[in-house]
Design a protein around this ligand. Structure first.
Ligand code: WTA
Length: 660
């Protein structure tokens, strides 16, 4: 563990600007009075059971009602809304059709080479039912894990919902992950089925998803995966294995347009989603049906102050939790119009986001600070070319946002009139935990403001004691909440150790450790300072330094590797790897390129090291532990401070200084 991190704390300590919501915005908001918010928070704090029960009953349609709101018998393996039965796709689709929203647009899709499609709630339900029946015809049964490895096309959402409809948990793997990463996830989850596409369009290139699936199966997942369903997207030639691979369009066209939703228990698995931790391989975070449905629904409704005629756009990929909760389940559960975009901004299409906002009159826009910083760098001339007046609310997620980028976002994209919701949360939390409620909370640039009603947080030291205001410490959550992860797939011990046993607590048995550092200012505002473990955040993507190190070490030339994050003005952090070579190898620019490519092959393009420094030896303690603190200072060109007396061989430092 290290408590130092790369964020510009000085910057945020100086940040005192406060932006109350405008009367114009506030007067139309569902939640717009401070008293109202305080009452809600107090109610949640004083009587959480009634609080959650009331919302679970008013917001979610149950097939059979629950009796027990929260079962803490096996804490921290909490159970929510036990005995309750439901199907999340009923809440996301059928109920809106029953309530007269059948012809409302559920999904707008803007494709990368300029094609677009849209689906009303009725149309989306038909597609989901066809896909559900198709999965059943291939032999998918309730409880079977289905892996979805797709580009950002409507079929990705349809596939997720189809799985949920028939009670088969999904495991979505981001399309940018390599076949190796895909294989690990297939093997860990024992996924019997894969839904993929012939390929996807990404940054002027075609990514060969089906080929990656083939390689994953050839290299070890063959015995697990029985069938592969393939959506036609790029029409690039691929190989289809008889009896194993099936075309989505061929199977779907034979299917009935209706499929009854499977009756699911509240605690039945809805999905597994892999995310990086500080040790070992990525872990499969498990989310279940009832609690997740409520949390995705409620947070979406609160934070985006959603209105019937909103056109809402979240720019994440469905391969991440943000896509799960805030492209698919949250918006659809609320009967909203959600936009999905296949493209990624890049130098050849810098105005693409603004064009989409103008074209569809997007009213709520939710993106990552990295994207905002990139747009800021290319100048306001680009967004100024577009009509962005339809926007009424902006959001950010995934990494700390620096006040400069926050102000630019508000002024240039939000034309000064849109509130910003800076939302802090994690794959593990299922939905947003800390965020302003835009009609009532005054915002400070760079602060996620306050926890949502029902969420009790604290900032503590390693021993579990609260720190003083303005003092940095570990961000913990003190109470269970419905959208929380339930376990790590196949590794309940890791669930206990990483999250619940890390911080000791006197008055309560368990507190949830987030892995983030934070401070709370004198006004009670929360400022997230970034990860305090060996997880780095590159452009809002979570990566474990150990994963990248293992990838490097698996190359025949590498003896040892240590990976650190370096502050990056655009990406938040960038990856720097220190590598020592096996004796028979010499450093060369070709070898460095080969190592970078090796990491891409092992993990995916998002893990590509920005810099690889080949070194004769790495700084170690006498007990053989690599001193990352020193490497972090070297990577950022800072003076090495702190105690170096435990260093085994101080001459290593001199050599490293020259090499870095
Ligand atoms: C970081 C993404 C600062 C944080 C939803 C967390 C943030 C990790 C914010 C989770 C924010 C997320 N401000 N940092 N508003 N939101 N983070 O699991 O370090 O991909 O622990 O979930 O992203 O990343 P994950």
């Amino acid at each position: 563990m290290h408590t130092d991190n790369n964020n510009s704390i000085d910057n945020i300590l100086e940040e005192n600007r406060v932006f109350p919501p405008s009367n114009e915005f506030s007067s139309k908001s569902r939640l717009n009075k401070v008293d109202q918010l305080i009452a809600l928070k107090n109610q949640a704090k004083n009587d959480p059971i009634t609080f959650w029960k009331t919302f679970a009953n008013s917001e979610i349609d149950w097939i059979e009602p629950f009796q027990t709101v929260l079962d803490s018998k096996n804490a921290p393996f909490y159970e929510w809304f036990k005995e309750g039965k439901l199907n999340i796709t009923y809440n996301c689709l059928d109920r809106h059709i029953k309530n007269g929203r059948g012809d409302k647009i559920a999904l707008i899709w803007e494709g990368e080479p300029g094609d677009s499609r849209s689906f009303t709630y009725k149309e989306l339900l038909i597609e989901v039912c066809k896909a559900s029946n198709a999965l059943k015809s291939l032999g998918v049964e309730k409880g079977d894990l289905v892996c979805i490895y797709m580009p950002m096309i409507p079929e990705a959402m349809i596939a997720m919902l189809a799985c949920a409809r028939i009670g088969a948990p999904h495991s979505v793997v981001f399309g940018g992950f390599s076949s190796e990463s895909l294989k690990d996830r297939l093997v860990d989850g024992k996924a019997k089925f894969v839904i993929t596409a012939d390929g996807g369009f990404r940054k002027d290139k075609i990514i060969d998803l089906k080929n990656a699936v083939d390689s994953a199966l050839d290299s070890g997942a063959n015995e697990i995966v029985e069938k592969v369903l393939v959506v036609q997207r790029t029409r690039k030639e691929i190989s289809m294995k008889n009896g194993r691979d099936f075309w989505w369009h061929e199977i779907l066209k034979k299917q009935d347009h209706t499929c009854d939703p499977e009756v699911m228990k509240s605690e039945d698995r809805l999905f597994i989603l892999y995310t990086s931790g500080s040790t070992g391989k990525p872990k499969g975070v498990v989310h279940t049906t009832g609690g997740y449905n409520l949390w995705a629904h409620l947070t979406f409704k609160w934070i985006f102050d959603i209105k019937e005629d909103d056109v809402y756009w979240c720019t994440a990929d469905v391969g991440w939790i943000t896509g799960h909760s805030y492209i698919v389940y949250g918006p659809l559960s609320n009967g909203s119009t959600t936009l999905m975009y296949e493209g990624v901004p890049r130098p050849s299409n810098l105005g693409a986001f603004w064009e989409v906002i103008q074209k569809y009159k997007v009213s709520i826009f939710y993106t990552a600070p990295t994207a905002i910083r990139a747009f800021m760098k290319s100048g306001r001339e680009i967004p100024d070319l577009y009509d962005l007046t339809s926007l009424r609310l902006l959001g950010t997620v995934g990494e700390p946002i620096n006040p400069e980028a926050w102000i630019w976002y508000k002024d240039v994209i939000g034309q000064g009139k849109c509130p910003i919701v800076d939302t802090w949360w994690q794959t593990e939390t299922g939905g947003v935990m800390i965020s302003p409620l835009p009609g009532v909370v005054s915002t400070k640039p760079g602060s996620a403001t306050f926890p949502l009603p029902g969420i009790e947080i604290d900032i503590v030291n390693k021993k579990g004691y609260s720190v003083n205001s303005n003092e940095g410490g570990y961000l913990i959550v003190k109470n269970p909440w419905p959208g929380m992860m339930r376990t790590i797939h196949g590794n309940p011990d890791r669930y206990l150790k990483s999250y619940w046993n890390y911080i000791p607590c006197e008055d309560q048995n368990y507190v949830y450790f987030s892995g983030d550092g934070a401070r709370i200012d004198d006004d009670g505002y929360v400022w997230i300072m970034g990860r305090v473990d060996d997880v780095i955040n590159v452009s809002g993507h979570r990566l474990g330094t150990m994963e990248i190190e293992s990838a490097l070490v698996s190359h025949k030339s590498v003896a040892e590797a240590a990976v650190v994050g370096k502050k990056d003005n655009l990406k938040g952090e960038s990856i720097v790897a220190f590598v020592s070579l096996e004796k028979t190898y010499n450093s060369s620019s070709e070898l460095i390129e080969a190592l970078k490519q090796h990491v891409i092959d092992e993990i995916g393009i998002i893990a590509k090291p920005e810099k690889i420094i080949i070194s004769e030896a790495l700084p170690k303690t006498r007990s053989g532990k690599i001193m990352r603190r020193i490497l972090r200072s070297l990577a950022s060109g800072e003076e090495i401070s702190g105690d170096i007396s435990t260093l085994e061989d101080s001459s290593v430092l001199e050599k490293l200084r020259k090499e870095a």
